[in-house]
Ligand binder design. Structure first.
Ligand SMILES: Nc1ncnc2c1ncn2[C@@H]1O[C@H](COP(=O)(O)OP(=O)(O)OP(=O)(O)O)[C@@H](O)[C@H]1O
Ligand SMILES: [Mg+2]
Length: 381
């Protein structure tokens, strides 16, 4: 039997246990303190800069480039000796720019996330007017892609690329896509302004990767829209933004120079601003064909109307020739917009058949919208 007095603990025993408790708590607190000091230290350490190795030299030296484009000759931490090579991504200390750490192998830049890659399905006969322009694209882009041996036999080198220029909405993108369809080629589309705005500091790298991808997926047509935003003549390259555009442009020229005219990668560029294009881009061996894409003449308007009304049910009195006369100076894009609007007027009236009146209302509407847009643009400019 357990008697009551045994369960009464001796006072000395209680005292000892308390002391052990305190000691444990003390240790715990000390550990906690150390942790917090560590944490605090980490907040105090200045961040390391991300940079890229340009070249390495003996005795732990390297040439590195910061993201802003500036280059420095710096020391390399001894334990990294012999482990660095050009184009490695690294961390450098802020003040001395000593290379402290090598970042993991940079993943291959996945360009497919940033550019449009497709196999377009636009046929030549979906383009109204532009007979000569289509001929030119067939000769310069389609034929060399399809029959390179022909050029070898005759002993000439076709142009590497073509530069389409002209007012907006006249079918430049359409022409490039049709060339890709008929040449059975992958179509990689990049937009110049996006290249320099969205990918600050990455433009040149992106251009490089795009050409790499083009070779992998060949035959390929690389379509560079708004090329003026990277290839405009510049008076000076003062700001870092301008330098960045300049680097992207230089990379583009290097890539164009680097590939064979008879290889199966072709480039088509487009611009509304031929007046500001740097002549470096039109030098022989680069874009040595310039093709003007005009707004359609009367016959062209009729053809474009035919294309865009093909699937519409028109009432018998609709005369496309007469209609075209009211649409002088409209671009292909505007002509298509007229057809869509005419269709809407019919829908609002619960009809399936589109009448001449629907078209005249649509022409008036688009004409007004376009002048409004132009007014806005002049205000903005
Ligand atoms: N010649 C044409 N024949 C048939 N449709 C055309 C023609 N031109 C333009 N279009 C219509 O207008 C749309 C826009 O044309 P597109 O994108 O090719 O113009 P763009 O010249 O590239 O214009 P931007 O300079 O603004 O980029 C086309 O998708 C097409 O529906
Ligand atoms: Mg376009």
């Amino acid at each position: 039997m357990v008697s009551d007095d045994i369960t009464v603990e001796s006072p000395t025993y209680i005292h000892e246990e308390e002391e052990i408790d305190y000691r444990e708590e003390n240790i715990l607190l000390k550990v906690k303190m150390a942790e917090m000091k560590n944490e605090l230290m980490r907040y105090k350490i200045p961040p390391l800069l991300v940079a890229e190795v340009i070249d390495t030299y003996p005795e732990n030296k390297a040439l590195v480039r910061l993201k802003n484009g500036n280059e420095f000759y710096v020391n390399v931490d001894a334990y990294l000796d012999g482990k660095l090579k050009a184009s490695d991504e690294i961390l450098v200390e802020q003040k001395s720019l000593t290379v402290i750490q090598k970042l993991g192998k940079k993943k291959h830049f996945d360009v497919s996330k940033y550019v449009i890659v497709e196999r377009p399905n636009i046929r030549w006969n979906q383009i109204g007017g532009l007979k000569d322009e289509i001929e030119e694209l067939k000769e310069v882009i389609e034929l060399p892609l399809k029959k390179p041996e022909l050029f070898k036999k005759i002993g000439i080198e076709p142009p590497k690329g073509i530069l389409l220029y002209g007012p907006p909405g006249t079918g430049k993108t359409l022409l490039a896509k049709a060339a890709a369809t008929s040449g059975n080629a992958t179509f990689i589309e990049i937009v110049g302004s996006e290249l320099v705005q969205k990918f600050i500091g990455q433009g040149a790298k992106l251009v490089k990767s795009i050409f790499e991808m083009a070779r992998e997926k060949s035959p390929t047509i690389i379509f560079i829209d708004e090329i003026d935003s990277i290839a405009a003549t510049r008076m000076d390259v003062g700001t870092s933004g301008e330098r960045e555009v300049q680097r992207t442009f230089m990379q583009l020229l290097a890539e164009i120079d680097g590939f064979e005219p008879l290889g199966n990668v072709k480039i088509i560029a487009a611009t509304n601003r031929i007046d500001i294009i740097d002549t470096a881009i039109t030098r022989p061996g680069r874009f040595d064909r310039l093709v003007y894409v005009p707004t359609p003449d009367h016959a062209g308007i009729v053809e474009i109307l035919k294309i865009h009304t093909k699937k519409m049910k028109l009432s018998a009195e609709v005369n496309l020739d007469k209609l075209a006369k009211k649409m002088k100076d409209m671009s292909g894009a505007e002509i298509r917009a007229v057809c869509v609007e005419a269709g809407y007027f019919a829908i609002r009236d619960d009809r399936f058949i589109v009448t001449a009146k629907d078209f005249s209302k649509a022409v008036a509407k688009i004409a007004v919208e376009e002048t409004e847009k132009k007014k806005d643009l002049t205000y903005m400019g």
